[in-house]
Design a protein around this ligand. Structure first.
Ligand code: C2E
Ligand code: MG
Ligand code: MG
Length: 404
């Protein structure tokens, strides 16, 4: 056994399966494979200091203690290895179990249908990281107070990065999304998920959004002069829409810069539940009357739902990345992605997929005729001065991808 090979523990109540899988693992070259016939036996074995396991391959449907209860018990105990689910219960159940465990301490390498084939088993075992080589644990969440957010508003400690959106029919750049970063004096560059919620709660989100809009619109005007991107997208929080003068303010900011509202997409995001009130709807319809484009961001998650789509005159449907990356090979999210794009088409909306991370994601979206793609595969969010470099690089990749 090489030192980088995991010690594997198979847990299954079916002796035939235990025999089959352990023979397969041995044939694949894994030297140490133990087997136990129940979850209770596995817990007893793991409690024995002489008995260790790096990867547990676990059945779900077992009499006595089922796989879910067993894995929850592991999550609560000292076990710090990885887990592979191996079950005949179908992809949907395994997907749910993976979700259930994803916030805990266990590292879930993946799930396989019984009987597992050697190639798929090896693909998951290759993802196992030996204990010494483990990446540093994530830094504890930074404690940022509302006062600091207010100070950041006064001190203008923000910067905008831009992420390209490209046409899936031609590869042409269709626009840029502005994404805020906080250049914090002590913590360095911080990402919006760590402060947008606070900005909303502390009532400074209006000042923040005004700043983002002004900055992004001025940038668009500069690009316009250089004949580079002609469209910009700005994220707007539901809280912004509650301010009675929001639509008027946005209209003034944009028109004062000589930019046409048709070149500005407002991506509506919601970080917390919207209380029932007509104000957001009123703002949205007034923005649309001024010819701003409206995008329902993160479609398919949280409150970005069919009900919103029914009630708001959105022009763009932006499918959440949780339904995009890996969709081709995933029998659960693939129909959801295809369905969302079908809905956008039938409603006459532009369909946009975010979270396009691989060439396979990109090609699949072309096959199902999604309109626009955005994601790391095309380009990461970047500072303005990186745009010329990205553009030159994308032109050559575009020729390769589109054969022109
Ligand atoms: P969003 O509007 O859905 O933006 C996309 C987020 O996904 C960005 O994270 C982007 O960096 C990330 N992303 C892009 N491509 C990929 C990919 O291929 N894979 C993966 N895994 N991620 C990708 P970021 O910049 O951290 O922003 C997070 C969220 O914060 C945004 O989600 C948006 O809801 C919010 N946000 C950003 N800027 C603003 C702003 O100016 N105002 C408001 N209200 N919210 C903002
Ligand atoms: Mg967005
Ligand atoms: Mg999004």
């Amino acid at each position: 056994m090489t030192p980088t090979q995991p010690v594997i523990l198979l847990v299954d109540d079916d002796p035939f399966m235990l025999g089959l899988e352990s023979r397969m693992l041995h044939a694949m070259g894994y030297g140490r494979v133990d087997t136990v016939g129940s979850a209770q036996a596995a817990l007893a074995a793991l409690a024995d200091p002489d008995h260790s396991a790096d990867v547990i391959v676990c059945d779900l449907n077992m009499p006595g203690m089922d796989g879910v209860e067993f894995l929850q018990a592991l999550n609560a105990g000292p076990f710090s290895g990885s887990v592979i689910l191996l079950s005949g219960e179908g992809a949907r159940i395994m997907h749910t179990v993976q979700k259930l465990l994803s916030g805990g301490r266990l590292i879930i390498l993946g799930a396989l249908e019984k009987p597992a084939l050697p190639d798929s088993m090896r693909a998951l075992l290759d993802c196992w990281v030996p204990p010494g080589a483990e990446p540093a644990p994530p830094r504890a969440a930074l404690a940022i107070g509302a006062d600091e957010v207010r100070e950041a508003v006064r001190e203008r400690q923000w910067v905008l990065h831009y992420q390209p959106k490209v046409s899936l029919f031609t590869g042409a750049l269709t626009g840029m999304e502005a994404l805020i970063r906080w250049d914090h004096p002590r913590h360095g560059l911080m990402f919006p998920d760590s402060f947008i919620g606070l900005a909303e709660e502390s009532g400074v989100i209006d000042a923040l959004t005004d700043w983002v809009l002004r900055e992004a619109i001025q940038q668009l005007a500069r690009w316009g002069a250089e004949r580079s991107p002609t469209q910009v997208a700005v994220n707007v929080s539901m809280d912004n829409l509650r301010a009675p003068d929001f639509a008027r303010r946005v209209g003034t900011i944009v028109r004062d810069s000589g930019v046409s509202p048709q070149n500005v997409t407002l991506e509506i995001t919601e970080s917390r539940a919207m209380s029932p009130s007509p104000a957001p709807l009123e703002s949205l319809v007034r923005l649309r009357l001024q010819r701003f484009k409206l995008s329902i961001d993160d479609f398919g998650t949280g409150h970005s739902s069919l009900a919103q789509l029914r009630d708001v005159p959105f022009t763009e449907l932006k499918v959440d990345r949780g339904f995009v990356h890996g969709a081709r090979g995933n029998q659960i999210i693939r129909p959801m992605l295809e369905g969302s794009i079908g809905i956008a088409k039938r409603l006459g909306m532009l369909s946009v997929a975010e979270g396009v991370e691989t060439e396979s994601d990109f090609e699949f979206l072309r096959e199902i005729e999604c309109d626009v793609a955005q994601g790391y595969f095309i380009g990461r969010p970047m500072a303005v001065d990186r745009l010329p470099e990205w553009t030159a690089h994308w032109q050559s990749r575009r020729r390769h991808l589109f054969g022109s």
